[in-house]
Design a protein around this ligand. Structure first.
Ligand code: PEP
Length: 264
């Protein structure tokens, strides 16, 4: 099981293919090959193909931001996980922007998780409560329902290989961007792991990677990465700024290795 710290950059619906290529070039100049950190870039669907050719696979892996759960058929406008299998290592599934803007439901997200695994793509499942749900004391129930539905029917081995990103909706920059305190993040991330332990056993809960996401930038990333049991971060807005994102990766390397100096 890969237990390097995982840093995922979600470029959202920003950058056309040539802008994405330029950003990758800038990141390549600044980010070294780190043994302690796995860096994943998630550009728009349009940029995945060219970036998959340009990318230095010793430094970066690619993730899709979304895909459709059927492997083929008359689904105009959709791209199937089966079409992405040689392009990406990961797929972000259930992002709050997709749940809120595109009405993705729990069963739709479950179908995407299962299609992703079926096609050899590791899901990065996003879960998290809205501010109203938090204020009403429903955080654990929301996380429980999102996880139980999304993982329905999976084996312990499949679950162990998954990534779950705890992303409180109220902390995402596009939905308010109120910073979560590291202890708030830790409480929810502990709950996620406990639920996995309850459903699939202690070993699976130790193996699954749990990330934090929500307005993470280079100034605050270390606070989240130092949370016990935090396996990395999912970064949105700051990931399209190459200064910020490369500083985030370098901070992750320092947390992971306790290093003062960057390694080559
Ligand atoms: C995200 O897109 O998953 C995210 C956490 O965005 P931001 O870092 O901009 O809040």
């Amino acid at each position: 099981m890969d237990k390097r710290l995982l840093v995922v950059g979600n470029w959202k619906m920003h950058l056309n293919a040539s802008q994405a290529s330029l950003l990758l070039h800038r990141l390549h100049e600044r980010i070294k090959i780190y043994r302690s950190v796995e860096v994943v870039l998630s550009p728009s669907m349009l940029a995945l193909q060219p970036l998959s050719i340009q990318i230095d696979r010793r430094k970066f892996r690619l993730a899709a931001q979304n895909a459709f759960h059927k492997d083929e058929g008359a689904y105009t406008g959709e791209v199937a996980f089966s079409m992405l299998r040689d392009l990406v290592h990961y797929a972000i599934i259930g992002h709050s922007e997709r749940r809120i803007h595109f009405g993705e439901t729990l069963p739709m997200i479950r179908d995407k998780v299962s299609a992703s695994i079926r096609n050899g793509i590791t899901p990065i499942l996003c879960v998290g409560e809205t501010i109203t749900e938090r204020r009403q004391g429903e955080t654990n129930q929301v996380l429980h329902d999102q996880i139980a539905t999304a993982l329905h029917g999976l084996t312990a081995k499949e679950v162990a290989n998954l990534v779950i990103a705890y992303e409180p909706v109220w902390a995402i920059s596009t939905f308010g961007g109120q910073l979560a305190k590291p202890d708030q993040a830790q409480t929810a991330m502990d709950f996620v792991r406990k639920q996995i332990a309850g459903l699939y056993g202690k070993k699976t809960a130790e193996e699954i990677r749990v990330l934090y996401g929500g307005s993470v930038d280079d100034n605050i990333v270390s606070g989240y990465l130092q949370i016990p049991g935090c396996d990395g971060v999912l970064v949105g807005g700051a990931s399209i700024n190459y200064h910020k994102f490369s500083s985030i990766v370098s901070a992750a390397h320092k947390v992971a290795s306790g290093a003062e100096e960057d390694e080559d």
